[in-house]
Design a protein around this ligand. Structure first.
Ligand code: PGA
Length: 260
């Protein structure tokens, strides 16, 4: 995905029911000013995607699915497909660490979902990141490498233009223990170098890389100021519309400061 906009994604996970979601969007819509350099993306529970798609101003907010099944239709009780989400969401999270670790999704599942999203004109945000153990063993770059290769196999360079990568160290998600900016830069460089190896220098320079993992109002600006980082994936701190708005406001300045 091109790096012309800063992407601020709010991943609500399994929080907010229909009434709460609608109220939240109502509150946030009064605070957020549409900005051509910032894309605000809400990832609510699937249950409310359709009603929110009718409630939001599409210039102000985009919607993302938190998850979907990779087949387009069929006898898959309880699942939602990317073809059903088509036209409702513009983005989808793929390979979030909770999908990988709680629901045991493999790189094979992740790859099939990246392909299904692209096939249905939904931009996948491919989430990758190491566990605390893998970091302590010095395996961070190997994990990023494997998850990138695993998620992007069979994706052409043209299709890669629809993809964003989110670097989310597993140990930082929901833990209150966020990664230090220098480590985020190092991880983003490792990701770009791997993309360069797979798709060439232009693709590596163009791909949007987000950071996620315990981003809060007071740490958001530190990541957004990093040259390598093009946005944030925010979980817990996105659940309060006022706090999320403060994070969105921080994206305005670095985004218009002319980062590549
Ligand atoms: P967190 O979640 O901000 O609550 O750590 C981030 C994520 O899971 O995307």
């Amino acid at each position: 995905m091109a790096r012309d906009k800063t992407l601020i994604v709010g991943n609500w996970k399994m929080n907010l029911n229909m009434g709460e979601a609608s109220l939240y969007v109502h509150q946030l819509s009064k605070m957020v000013k549409p900005h051509r350099d910032v894309e605000v993306i809400l990832a609510p529970t699937s249950l409310v995607l359709q009603s929110l798609s009718l409630q939001i101003n599409p210039r102000q907010f985009k919607l993302a699915a938190q998850n979907f099944y990779w087949r387009d239709q069929g006898a898959y009780t309880g699942e939602i497909s990317a073809s059903q989400l088509r036209g409702v969401v513009q983005y989808a999270l793929v390979g979030h660490s909770e999908r990988r670790h709680v629901f045991h999704e493999s790189d094979k599942d992740t790859r099939a979902k990246v392909q299904a999203a692209i096939r249905n004109r939904i931009k996948p945000i491919l989430c990758i990141g190491e566990t605390a153990f893998e970091r302590s063993e010095g395996e961070t770059n190997d994990v990023l490498h494997d998850q990138l290769i695993g998620g992007l196999a069979n994706i052409t360079s043209e299709e890669l233009e629809q993809v964003a990568i989110a670097y989310e160290p597993v140990w930082a998600i929901g833990s209150g223990q966020n990664a230090v900016p220098a480590d985020v830069t190092a991880a983003a460089r490792a990701i770009r170098s791997q993309i360069k190896h797979l798709y060439g220098e232009k693709a590596a320079n163009n791909i949007a890389i987000l950071y996620g993992g315990s981003v809060k109002e007071d740490s958001a600006a530190d990541y957004l100021a990093l040259d390598e980082i093009d946005g944030l994936l925010v979980g817990g701190a996105s659940l309060d519309a006022h706090v999320f708005n403060e994070i969105i406001k921080k994206a305005h300045k670095p985004a218009s400061a002319g980062k590549e």
